[in-house]
Design a protein around this ligand. Structure first.
Ligand code: GFB
Length: 400
């Protein structure tokens, strides 16, 4: 026997059927769509974890805004599994497609946008192969500023292919279409509208489409919904409490830095400092901010020998140096992505943060600090090169 009665009303909604469900007791109604369609997307293979998080936000905002306008209610966004990322080098964790729930609180993300994990879709499809109706492979126009002007546009082109599907062999596609594209992501609805019968669509090179709403309230609503998986937060907080002697999210016991090396140091030599200069810049920042702080947390992808050299320099300058070295068991459990997030969480709780110029890893830490409520002057700081110009980082402050 039901606690409340449900009235079901079928409404004509565009070409699809939607179901209005009303609870008699509290008079509230909501619409449910009976016919779901799915947008998949993928990102240029060499792109890293933190740019991919930004590309997700573009799609999630596009979907959320479409829902809010009351149109296209049937569309869901399929989260592309994390697979074979170039920077994720731990041999034990290669070649395993990981769902977003390994790193994020997907329920919280669903509160912002209609998303599904790929494995949910496989379950719904009762493990039959998923056949994508059309893959649109986005490509850049040869000249983005024709006649000196950036105009939003797309055109069908040629010379592309797609060999993704994240290692799964139960996904196939009927057709691949190459599209030269430039403009905001919501322009993709024009492509989707070309074939109204399509139920599964994939956009390859999703990173080519630009944000509809960078830095706006909607952007931050989406960003705030991207909470981390609880286990990662717990691991980071354990570390902070044990070594950095703090049990809140706004610590005044340590400063943190993100010291991006590897490919970044190789390709962007003019933006990254030497080891000696890194140590001196940390000392200068601490003197300026709060000279009582003597603990420094370092998040880095540097080789352990460089990290030790930096530690030696900082020790000579009077600092205690901390970094998180995951055990084998931690790597198995959290994977490279989780280890990176633990580093990011520890950086985000610190009294003061210095990041690496134009690293999306540093950008995500800055956003996290904005969400936690740190003063922005303690967040938007960067390492400068040993010599030459050093622009201040842009301040992307939170909007509620
Ligand atoms: O995240 P990401 O896109 O940031 O790529 P950038 C860097 C990857 O390197 C991270 C590892 O996802 C991590 O796997 N990594 C970097 C770190 N710093 C740290 C750290 O402090 N701790 C841990 N645990 N891992 C861009 C790339 O990187 O750099 C582009 O997205 C390109 O593909 C460009 O390679 C040069 O924005 O810094």
């Amino acid at each position: 026997i039901f606690k409340s009665f449900l009235f079901l009303t079928f409404l004509a909604f565009g070409k699809q059927e939607s179901l209005e469900i009303c609870e008699v007791e509290n008079q509230s109604c909501h619409k449910e769509v009976s016919y779901e369609k799915y947008i998949f997307y993928d990102v240029n293979p060499p792109e890293g974890f933190n740019l991919r998080r930004d590309v997700y936000m573009r799609f999630a905002i596009m979907m959320a805004e479409a829902q809010e306008s009351g149109r296209r209610l049937s569309w869901r966004l399929v989260l592309p599994p994390w697979y074979n990322l170039y920077h994720w080098k731990s041999s034990t964790t290669k070649n395993v497609p990981l769902p977003w729930g390994s790193f994020f609180d997907v329920k919280s993300m669903q509160s912002f946008s209609p998303i599904v994990e790929l494995y949910d879709l496989f379950n719904k499809a009762k493990h039959n192969p998923v056949i994508i109706d059309r893959i649109y492979v986005l490509q850049n126009f040869a000249d983005a500023f024709e006649n000196g002007e950036f105009v939003e546009k797309w055109e069908v082109s040629s010379g592309c292919n797609y060999d993704g599907f994240w290692g799964y062999n139960n996904i196939t596609a009927k057709e691949v279409v190459c599209i030269n594209f430039q403009g905001k992501i919501s322009k993709l609805w024009e492509l989707i509208g070309l074939h109204p019968q399509d139920k599964y669509i994939l956009f390859a090179h999703g990173e080519i489409a630009l944000h509809d709403a960078y830095g706006t309230k909607t952007y931050w609503d989406c960003r705030r919904s991207m909470k981390f998986n609880d286990q990662l937060v717990q691991r980071a907080e354990e570390f902070i409490s044990k070594y950095l002697e703090c049990s809140t999210k706004m610590c005044n016991t340590y400063i943190s830095v993100h010291w991006r090396r590897q490919d970044f140091a190789r390709y962007r030599k003019k933006d990254v400092p030497s080891i000696k200069s890194t140590a001196q810049q940390i000392k200068k920042a601490v003197n300026h901010f709060n000279s009582y702080i003597h603990k420094v947390y370092i998040a880095t992808d540097a080789a352990i020998s460089s990290l030790r050299d930096l530690e030696t320099e900082l020790t000579h300058l009077g600092f205690s140096v901390y970094y998180y070295v995951p055990s084998k068991a931690d790597i198995e459990k959290f994977r490279d992505g989780g280890v990176a997030i633990i580093d990011q969480i520890i950086c985000s709780y610190a009294a003061y943060f210095i990041g690496t110029h134009e690293s999306t890893f540093s950008f995500r830490i800055q956003e996290e600090r904005e969400i936690l409520g740190h003063d922005s002057s303690s967040t938007f700081n960067r390492f400068c090169p040993d010599s030459g110009p050093c622009e201040r980082p842009s301040k992307w402050t939170i909007v509620y």
